[in-house]
Design a protein around this ligand. Structure first.
Ligand SMILES: Cc1cc2nc3c(=O)[nH]c(=O)nc-3n(C[C@H](O)[C@H](O)[C@H](O)COP(=O)(O)OP(=O)(O)OC[C@H]3O[C@@H](n4cnc5c(N)ncnc54)[C@H](O)[C@@H]3O)c2cc1C
Length: 399
């Protein structure tokens, strides 16, 4: 059931995306990010003027106050074009950092980081994964913060810190309590302004043919005797994982609904092509049963995905992320794989055209392969689901 308020917002977003955002897409696909940034900024201003800015925010922070399942519907709508979330200022990783700062930030942190983030004056990044340690095992990391006077002195090596290039600050996951008995209580999250001496972007890592810059970057970063005040700690020391858990549940809903938006766009393109492209006079591609099968399978998988994700979102909304662990893991691997299949079928229907930059499909085919890896690879989430099932049968399997 969609409320009138949400329905109106979805309609306004749909019209804005159609008339203002989609025309920018060909340039976005074919030019470096910085060359389209000024036009993206114009659209951000327009989204603000239309009252559609930051639709994830609660009323207490000037937002519309939608619930997680309701924002999921918006995320789907915005997912239909690669720049949707950025234009509306609800893009990862800023959205996750906003949520953390709203929940755990001190008044000073909120004034210095949260408010400018909400206004869209600055961007941020989340710096956890390290090249030397398996990101799939989040308790294993080398980056450390040692107390010195009133400061933390940080040393470590991170990579795949998305959107670090041009970000004003990083939320860094690091070890502050190496002797804590539980490995889950050794890490903390600390805010590091990117102009701090000792914060150094080594390079923007080229990913799937994209050199990556600015918001579209995935950076390798060295923290070399990087000194920040201890007041930059988010929440309590040793609670880094508890905070991350809080962030990851809603974050997976945002991603999965965005992927469903991508699937819907790919589905439209696939059907349009199947209807219009004739393979012999008077015979459209869609007259072929193999193509019909792709359409039918895609329709069923997208519908199933949406129901699964909204169900998980409802459970998080009512019972919290911890209670919804199984549902969150199910959607993470299931929808990521539906996304790969739908994009692949849509490209196949287009033939050679599907591989060109004339369409958005090839962009997504490259960029969204990562969906099966970030926020936990498929295998980790499948293990969680299987472990929870087997536990009910008396089998205890550790990861
Ligand atoms: C596009 C992109 C953006 C990212 N953005 C960020 C970011 O902003 N900030 C950040 O900190 N990190 C980010 N990451 C990093 C991401 O979170 C890690 O890549 C992910 O956690 C996996 O860690 P890893 O790459 O070290 O792979 P590893 O941990 O080395 O795992 C490699 C492979 O081993 C297999 N595997 C792992 N564990 C198991 C298991 N238990 N059972 C069976 N098989 C297993 C999986 O197939 C996995 O893909 C990003 C990654 C990508 C690709």
């Amino acid at each position: 059931m969609i409320s009138d308020k949400l329905q109106k917002t979805l309609q306004s977003i749909r019209e804005f995306v159609q008339t203002d955002v989609l025309p920018l897409e060909p340039d976005y696909l074919n030019r470096p990010f910085r060359q389209v940034l000024s036009r993206l900024r114009e659209l951000r201003s327009k989204a603000k003027a239309l009252g559609l800015w930051a639709p994830h925010l609660p009323e207490s922070h000037g937002g519309p106050g939608f619930t997680l399942p309701e924002f999921g519907r918006i995320s789907e709508e915005l997912g239909r074009t690669p720049t949707g979330h950025f234009i509306f200022n609800c893009q990862a990783p800023d959205i996750g950092n906003t949520e953390i700062l709203m929940e755990y930030g001190t008044e000073e942190q909120k004034a210095n980081y949260l408010e400018p983030l909400i206004r869209g004056d600055i961007r941020s990044c989340f710096s956890m994964t390290e090249p030397e340690c398996p990101g799939s095992n989040p308790v294993w990391m080398n980056t450390k913060a040692v107390k010195d006077g009133g400061d933390y002195v940080i040393n470590g090596h991170k990579w795949f810190t998305s959107a670090a290039d041009g970000a004003a600050f990083a939320v860094v996951m690091l070890i502050t309590n190496p002797d804590a008995e539980s490995p889950y209580q050794r890490a903390s999250q600390v805010i590091v302004p990117t102009n701090t001496p000792g914060f150094r972007i080594v390079r923007n890592i080229p990913v799937m043919g994209d050199a990556g810059e600015d918001y579209a970057s995935h950076s390798e970063i060295l923290y070399e005797n990087c000194r920040v005040p201890q007041s930059n700690l988010l929440g309590e020391e040793g609670k880094g994982f508890a905070i991350a858990q809080h962030r990851l549940g809603p974050g997976r809903i945002h991603h999965c609904m965005r992927w469903i938006g991508i699937c819907e766009r790919a589905f439209d393109l696939m059907c349009e092509r199947a209807a219009k492209r004739e393979i012999s006079p008077g015979k459209p591609l869609g007259s072929r049963q193999m193509v019909q099968e792709w359409i039918a399978e895609s329709r069923a998988e997208i519908n199933a995905s949406r129901l699964l994700v909204l169900h998980a979102a409802e459970k998080i909304h009512h019972e919290g992320s911890q209670a919804a662990r199984e549902e969150i893991s199910i959607i993470k691997f299931y929808v990521a794989n539906v996304l790969q299949r739908v994009l692949d079928r849509a490209i196949q229907v287009h033939g050679a055209l599907g591989l060109t930059e004339d369409l958005v499909l090839s962009y997504w085919y490259r960029h969204e392969r990562a969906a099966r890896i970030y926020d936990g690879p498929d295998e980790v989430h499948k293990s969680v689901v299987a472990r929870m099932a087997l536990k009910k049968y008396g089998v205890n399997v550790s990861l």
